[in-house]
Write a protein that binds this ligand. Structure first.
Ligand SMILES: Nc1ncnc2c1ncn2[C@@H]1O[C@H](COP(=O)(O)OP(=O)(O)OP(=O)(O)O)[C@@H](O)[C@H]1O
Ligand SMILES: [Mg+2]
Length: 232
């Protein structure tokens, strides 16, 4: 197992968000984590990334206890993260934004790998442009590119299609599929758009009120499950 989540609990002050969440991700999976607004998806990813502390439970990545690992050590462990809302630096150039991803320099990576530009050729033509001057879709590509510069084993994306036009959504979907199937990258995507999840992922997990309420291969994502846990 690449990532093992066991009985994870979290609360913001008095407000409990995660309730004994369990989830396993095998090496090579492309997992779509779905669920209505506010059920705790981003909170869960923030726990995995060490940005917030769970109240109890375990997060194991390979043989590493992530809860005891400082957040800045995750990139070097092979975990790439694309946060919700992209969080690129608007006043830095595209090139500088990408180089920020190299921050956790491990000696092998002194420059942005050419693969990032193979995947997102548009970025190469905009290296000197300010991040803030890119379109939303281009910023998302930049955020994904930044997460890829250290060639992660596990790529975690939080709503990569939010507020993005269909043509770029399709491109992003193709890149994720390619990373998973050709380069063997394990992927965990939080996503609200079901057609995207069905197209890109091979497994799903449904979160409701901070719990894993259903999971399986994509073919098992039934209309009943969608009605019960995803329809608004
Ligand atoms: N920093 C915070 N302080 C207090 N409550 C928070 C904080 N961040 C999130 N919450 C609350 O925790 C709950 C879960 O939020 P979270 O952002 O994890 O949900 P989500 O499933 O990612 O939602 P969305 O699909 O809208 O992104 C929500 O009720 C939210 O209001
Ligand atoms: Mg969220």
């Amino acid at each position: 197992m690449l990532l093992t989540i066991t009985n994870l609990n979290q609360a913001y002050e008095q407000s409990r968000t995660l309730w004994d969440l369990n989830l396993n991700i095998e090496s090579g999976n492309c997992m779509g984590l779905i669920g209505r607004n506010g059920v705790g998806k981003t909170t869960f990813l923030s726990c995995v990334m060490g940005l917030i502390k769970p109240t109890s439970g375990m997060i194991q990545y390979r043989d590493v206890d992530l809860i005891k690992t400082p957040p800045e050590a995750r990139a070097a462990l092979g975990i790439g993260y694309v946060p919700q809302g992209r969080m690129i630096f608007p006043l830095l150039t595209v090139e500088e934004n990408l180089r920020i991803g190299l921050g956790a320099l491990d000696g092998n990576h002194v420059s942005v790998p050419e693969q990032v530009f193979d995947l997102f050729p548009a970025l190469k033509t905009m290296l000197k442009r300010l991040g803030g001057d890119l379109s939303g879709g281009q910023q998302q590509q930049l955020a994904i590119g930044r997460a890829l510069v250290l060639e992660p084993k596990l790529l975690i994306l939080d709503e990569p299609t939010e507020g993005i036009q269909p043509s770029i959504i399709k491109e992003i979907g193709n890149v994720i599929k390619q990373l998973n199937s050709e380069f063997g990258m394990t992927v965990l995507i939080v996503e609200q758009k079901l057609p995207f999840v069905r197209n890109v992922c091979d497994r799903f997990c449904i979160m409701d009120k901070g719990k894993n309420v259903a999971e399986g291969g994509m073919a098992d994502l039934s209309d009943d499950l969608v009605r019960s846990f995803l329809s608004v």
